[in-house]
Design a protein around this ligand. Structure first.
Ligand SMILES: [Zn+2]
Length: 246
């Protein structure tokens, strides 16, 4: 089967600041550029770890969809040579672009963060700082829930989530404990966390991805039609904590 990796950035090991995940054209200054470049390299390594695990478990192909702000964060030259990858914004299916193509058996969420308003969750938000909540069929959720519904519409289950402890817990609470979770950091606040060493995080992601390829996964607990019954709550202005897309 084929695996689609939806790669966000706030949930990457070592990340606790917008400075680290803001491409220079969106407001990063010279000092932040160095941190951003390091973080996008770590993002790429975490994606590679997931690719290695998937291939080791027998996946026939892995496609990576860059899903973070501007969606041009992966470092192409550093990606695993076996993958194809999707970059750029204005994609019909956004963070799960490509999932409509026949043959996908699993979606991985890599580098994911918690929903807006989650306490002690690094860079928690939902799409932008203007959205304080999104409900699908009455259930409060985040980007992960919206993306899971879209994937579920095409019959593809989410089988792996990596990120901070709150993000992993929220995805498993929504989709079930069968979703393999890899916690790379424990959040202390919106802007602080206790991290694994990046190499340790990548090793755990590799192992988790291996377990996440195989049978036994349903296409998610969420009813895909719930998207048509969704609602969102919009703030009147951005918060200092969250002003960035996805
Ligand atoms: Zn993001």
């Amino acid at each position: 089967m084929k695996v689609l990796i939806s790669a966000d950035m706030e949930g990457v090991c070592g990340v606790t600041s917008w400075v680290q995940v803001t491409p220079p054209e969106y407001g990063g200054g010279p000092s932040s550029t160095v941190e951003y470049e390091r973080a996008r390299s770590r993002l790429t390594r975490e994606v590679n770890a997931a690719v290695e695990g998937a291939l080791a478990a027998g996946a026939e192909e892995v496609i990576v969809n860059d899903s973070h702000n501007g969606m041009r964060n992966l470092v192409p030259e550093e990606l695993h040579p076996a993958v194809r990858f999707i970059t750029g914004s204005e994609k019909e299916l956004g963070m799960v672009q490509g999932v409509h193509v026949a043959g996908f058996g699993a979606v991985f969420f890599v580098g994911y963060h918690a929903k807006a308003g989650t306490p002690a969750a690094p860079l928690a938000h939902t799409w932008t700082g203007y959205v304080s909540d999104v409900r699908l069929d009455g259930v409060s959720t985040g980007e992960f829930g919206m993306n899971a519904v879209v994937a579920g519409h095409f019959g593809v289950p989410v089988t792996l989530v990596t990120g901070d402890d709150k993000a992993v817990a929220q995805v498993q609470a929504l989709l079930g404990d069968a979703v393999v979770g890899v916690v790379v950091k424990e959040g202390y606040s919106t802007f602080s966390a206790l991290h694994l060493h990046p190499q340790r995080a990548q090793a755990l992601i590799r192992e988790g991805a291996q377990r996440a390829v195989g049978g036994g996964f349903a296409s998610g607990a969420l009813d895909p039609t719930a998207a048509s019954r969704s609602s969102s709550t919009i703030r009147r202005g951005p918060t200092a904590a969250c002003t960035y897309q996805a």
